[in-house]
Design a protein around this ligand. Structure first.
Ligand code: FAD
Ligand code: EPU
Length: 345
């Protein structure tokens, strides 16, 4: 790594020691646009990052990395709901806390998810029974080709499990600059997941849900400030009903979640755990002991350590269950994003 190249080590939660040619902090949509135009003129690669909590940077980036830091939280209300317009560079967890402090409920199940508000719609972040799509009203995107800001209403965002239009049609040439939320004044606690089931729906408060979610998360997920990680490294696989039935005949204790489509979602963490891969280490990268779906930077891991470990995990789960895991984390090469499944196949 050249001494002039800015480091991205603090800009990715895996703590990988890679660099970029140019690193820019953008506090306005216009700053993102200018950075894009200047990289177009040089015909060089361009990447927007929030907190880098869902990326695997495979090598030094050969262009411009723009760190989205567009701030601002505007709160309106009507009779039924609180309406929030939030700058894409606000920290997600801080937003959850700020709303609760103001007596605004609805985001509590999504506490402690790292990253920026503007990144949340991209994979439709979800946890403990709630997804971004349940609270999102709209997403404002800057069209980098013409400088216009377009508003996509929730129904236009094609939200699905860990997916949205921002991973497809609106992936390249667009920057998310703000997210709108609609949070009902009639609070309906979501207590369907894990330890939340033990809370009393008649008396529970949003702060209690928030605290329970934080406690559950802290018991399983490593704090990226201490141990590098990107949360779930793989998506939970969604497989045909027939294949799930065959697997259940062999593994009756296998967690499985029937989907409205008729397909069945499995728990990737359980599949990896069943292959007895907890603690498996390649170089400095390891499968987390408390949650097998999390790969951690145990000690000075390189991007190649993570690739080798993810490949091994995918191969072992595939051989045992004939279920082929796909990364949730986005793989970024020198020129930009690449196909993560191809890299680890
Ligand atoms: P980044 O990693 O910086 O970016 C992710 C992708 O979005 C990249 O491809 C980037 O180029 C693109 N991008 C970023 N900002 C913009 C923008 N403004 N416009 C256009 N493209 C952009 N996720 C969940 O869904 N549920 C969880 O429970 C969860 N738990 C986690 C726990 C831990 C400990 C960690 C480390 C991660 C967890 N994640 C979880 C994953 C991660 O927090 C989310 O995906 C988060 O939304 C990523 O935000 P970020 O700002 O770090 O995005
Ligand atoms: N399990 C094991 N062993 C493990 C890990 C999990 O047996 O090592 C079992 C658990 O006992 C449980 C099942 O697998 O029966 C599911 O585990 P958990 O509740 O921990 O959830 P997950 O499927 O591993 C998903 C999301 C998380 C989200 C949690 C809570 C994905 C890919 N991951 O994890 O999101 O926080 O549910 O809702 O959907 C992320 O996306 O980065 C992320 C952390």
């Amino acid at each position: 790594m050249s001494s002039q190249s800015p480091s991205l080590k603090a800009d990715n939660t895996l703590g990988l020691d890679v660099s970029t040619q140019t690193r820019t902090i953008a506090e306005t949509p216009n700053a993102i646009l200018e950075a894009w135009q200047s990289s177009r003129m040089k015909d060089s690669p361009f990447l927007i990052l929030g907190e880098g909590s869902n990326v695997l940077l495979l090598e030094n980036f050969a262009g411009t990395v723009v760190l989205n830091r567009i701030k601002g939280i505007k709160i309106d209300e009507d009779v039924e709901a609180w309406k929030l317009h939030v700058g894409a560079g606000e920290n997600w967890h801080q937003l959850v806390k700020t709303t609760l402090e103001k007596g605004i409920t609805g985001l509590e199940n999504l506490a402690l998810i790292p990253g920026m508000v503007g990144s949340a719609p991209i994979q439709n972040i979800g946890a403990y029974g709630v997804e971004l799509k349940d609270v999102c009203a709209y997403v404002d995107v800057l069209n980098l080709h013409n400088g216009n800001i377009e508003r996509l209403h929730r129904d236009e965002c094609q939200f699905a499990y860990r997916d949205s239009i921002f991973k497809h049609q609106y992936q390249s040439g667009y920057a998310i600059v703000a997210v709108g939320f609609s949070l009902s004044k009639q609070w309906h606690p979501v207590l369907t997941y894990g330890d939340l089931k033990t809370l009393n729906p008649a008396t529970v408060t949003a702060w209690e849900v928030f605290n329970a979610v934080c406690t559950m998360r802290q018991s399983k997920l490593p704090d990226p400030a201490i141990t590098g990680n990107v949360g779930s490294f793989f998506k939970n696989p969604v497989i045909p009903h027939e294949q799930a039935a065959e697997l259940l005949a062999r593994f009756s204790d296998m967690p499985h979640y029937p989907q409205p489509s008729g397909e069945v979602k499995l728990a990737a963490g359980w599949l990896i755990d069943r292959c007895q891969l907890k603690g498996l280490r390649i170089g400095g990268a390891a499968v987390h002991q408390q949650q097998a779906l999390v790969l951690i930077n145990a000690e000075n891991a390189t991007p190649q350590d993570f690739v080798a470990l993810a490949r091994e995990v995918r191969a072992q789960v595939g051989e045992k269950f004939d279920v082929w895991l796909e990364p949730e984390v986005r793989f970024i090469k020198a020129q930009g994003e690449c196909n993560a499944v191809e890299v680890i196949s």
